[in-house]
Ligand binder design. Structure first.
Ligand SMILES: Nc1nc2c(ncn2[C@@H]2O[C@H](COP(=O)(O)OP(=O)(O)OP(=O)(O)O)[C@@H](O)[C@H]2O)c(=O)[nH]1
Ligand SMILES: [Zn+2]
Length: 198
């Protein structure tokens, strides 16, 4: 279970969230004493802490611990990194995939740290644009690469389950720094992430 490392819940926060969720259950018209929902405030309190654990994490530190000096200076691409976040307007999920590339400048980073950085920023209340920007700027600052690129494709439950109720729309956001600001490099990256090669 790749995510089981997060088993620590802050007792004070769990208590407060439990009370909040108990009120929500009553306020939506449900009977909080019904057997099926008796433990729901506790479960929801823990689920919400899991989904927002990014606030307690430091993405730069995660990267710093796994930087190696290496002369490789071609593009490194990690694509199809699944992500789950919560939109800050409705606190409903938005989810999809992130694609990340960087061109090292004497330093490479452990590959698994790229998805970890995605999770640190996704597990908060977010908008897709800021999520994209947070990941981009963190990688740019910490790795100081020749270039970095981030593309996120996601669907927003707040546009599907409610509101405008569009089931087939997806949102793409992107950010490019350094070498990726050049058309040729950017195109190579976009071609790599659109190929089926795994
Ligand atoms: N730019 C951006 N907008 C988002 C994101 N997630 C949700 N939204 C939008 O946030 C907006 C909030 O608009 P409001 O008019 O205040 O909220 P609302 O009345 O619930 O809007 P509707 O969703 O249109 O019913 C909506 O247009 C959402 O689609 C995101 O990641 N980025
Ligand atoms: Zn929303």
């Amino acid at each position: 279970m790749s995510y089981s490392y997060f088993e620590q819940y802050d007792d004070e926060r769990t208590d407060k969230l439990r009370e909040s969720f108990s009120e929500i259950i009553q306020n939506v018209g449900e009977n909080p004493d019904r057997e099926g929902v008796l433990k729901t405030p506790e479960r929801a309190a823990k689920a919400m802490q899991f989904l927002t654990q990014g606030y307690t994490m430091d993405a730069e530190k995660i990267l710093q611990k796994a930087i190696f000096h290496e002369k490789y200076d071609e593009m490194v691409v990690v694509k199809d990194i699944e992500l789950y976040s919560l939109c800050e307007h409705h606190m409903l999920p938005f989810f999809g995939k992130a694609h990340i590339a960087y061109i090292p400048n004497g330093k490479i980073v452990g590959l698994s740290k790229l998805p970890r950085v995605v999770d640190v920023f996704a597990r908060r209340l977010q908008v897709q644009e800021r999520l994209t920007h947070d990941i981009l700027e963190c990688l740019n600052k910490t790795l100081q690469p020749q270039g970095v690129a981030v593309v996120i494709e996601a669907v927003h439950m707040c546009m599907m389950m409610r509101g405008v109720q569009k089931q087939n729309s997806a949102t793409t956001t992107s950010g490019f720094r350094g070498q990726f600001e050049k058309q040729e490099t950017r195109n190579e990256f976009l071609k790599l992430i659109s190929s089926d090669l795994r």
